[in-house]
Design a protein around this ligand. Structure first.
Ligand SMILES: NC(=O)c1ccc[n+]([C@@H]2O[C@H](COP(=O)([O-])OP(=O)(O)OC[C@H]3O[C@@H](n4cnc5c(N)ncnc54)[C@H](O)[C@@H]3O)[C@@H](O)[C@H]2O)c1
Length: 251
């Protein structure tokens, strides 16, 4: 049990990669705070976790709301007394709009969710972890973190930004026991890209076919990489960007 006596916050864990991660961490001993905006889905994930004999509770949170983030940290500390692990996973896709097409509203929403929210959570959680002697953070970045043409302008910008955030916080806080790393998923079979995966002739699917794996990934496969970076198994890994993409980005 890699996460015995550990507590973890997993944002966006009502479905997809976040849900798979919450379930995996809990199955390996962590007490998990399931975080999302949808009450019904959040409670359903908690029910799955507790039915398997592990511990979790749901905290309804819009990660773009500072008040909600304050309430999340308070609830985690009230319930479990500490925060050992933070998984910054919540994210939205946005459109493929370019500079001519994107609205300020879309830009602001994608940046707020995918970049500012992880920053705001780090601001709140890192001091709590430091006071307790340390902790681990995994930021869910993307194949769009290292190249253009894998998302719209706002998504690409936000996902590039989260790598900078990961590296800078890693440098600034490593000496006080904080390890922070990023995973860069490729195309993963979740609701976020389900519409695209359903179009066989879409360029993404043609490129997936040419990649070494020849298929989209499963949320559980990303969860395994996140769990590794959140665990002591990765004790000498700081500020890394781990691609979990079936080889999609090597060509
Ligand atoms: N699916 C992919 O192909 C893929 C590829 C690269 C990166 N990612 C990243 O992985 C992460 C998870 O995505 P997914 O594929 O599981 O998508 P998903 O749509 O299945 O899940 C996203 C989760 O984030 C939550 N969320 C969104 N906005 C939120 C907000 N304001 N407050 C709280 N929760 C919010 C959703 O409720 C949901 O639980 C995202 O950061 C995404 O950018 C996904």
């Amino acid at each position: 049990m890699r996460f015995q006596n550990k507590t973890a916050i997993v944002t966006g864990s009502t479905k997809g990669i976040g849900k798979a991660t919450a379930k995996l961490l809990a199955a390996e001993g962590a007490k998990v705070v399931v975080v999302g905006t949808t009450e019904e889905a959040g409670h359903a994930v908690v029910d799955e976790i507790t039915a398997a004999g592990a511990e979790a509770f749901f905290q309804k949170t819009d990660v773009t709301s500072g008040a909600d983030l304050d309430a999340l940290i308070s609830a985690a500390l009230d319930q479990y007394g500490k925060i050992d692990i933070l998984i910054n996973n919540a994210g939205i896709g946005g459109s493929l709009a370019n500079l001519d097409q994107i609205t300020d509203e879309e830009w602001n929403k994608v940046l707020a969710t995918n970049l500012t929210a992880p920053f705001q959570l780090l601001k709140r959680v890192v001091p709590v972890m430091e006071k307790a002697g340390g902790g681990t953070v995994v930021n869910v970045a993307s194949m769009a973190s290292t190249g253009a043409g894998r998302g719209g302008i706002a998504y690409t910008t936000a996902k590039h930004g989260i790598l900078g955030l990961t590296r800078q916080v890693s440098l600034d806080h490593g000496h006080s026991g904080i390890r922070i790393n990023a995973v860069l998923p490729g195309p993963i079979d979740t609701q976020m890209i389900a519409r695209i995966l359903a179009m066989p002739q879409h360029p993404l699917n043609l490129k997936i076919k040419m990649s070494p794996s020849g298929r989209p990934g499963l949320p559980e496969e990303v969860a395994q990489a996140i769990a590794f970076l959140a665990s002591d198994e990765s004790s000498f890994i700081h500020g890394a960007a781990l691609a979990v993409d079936g080889g999609y980005t090597i060509f």
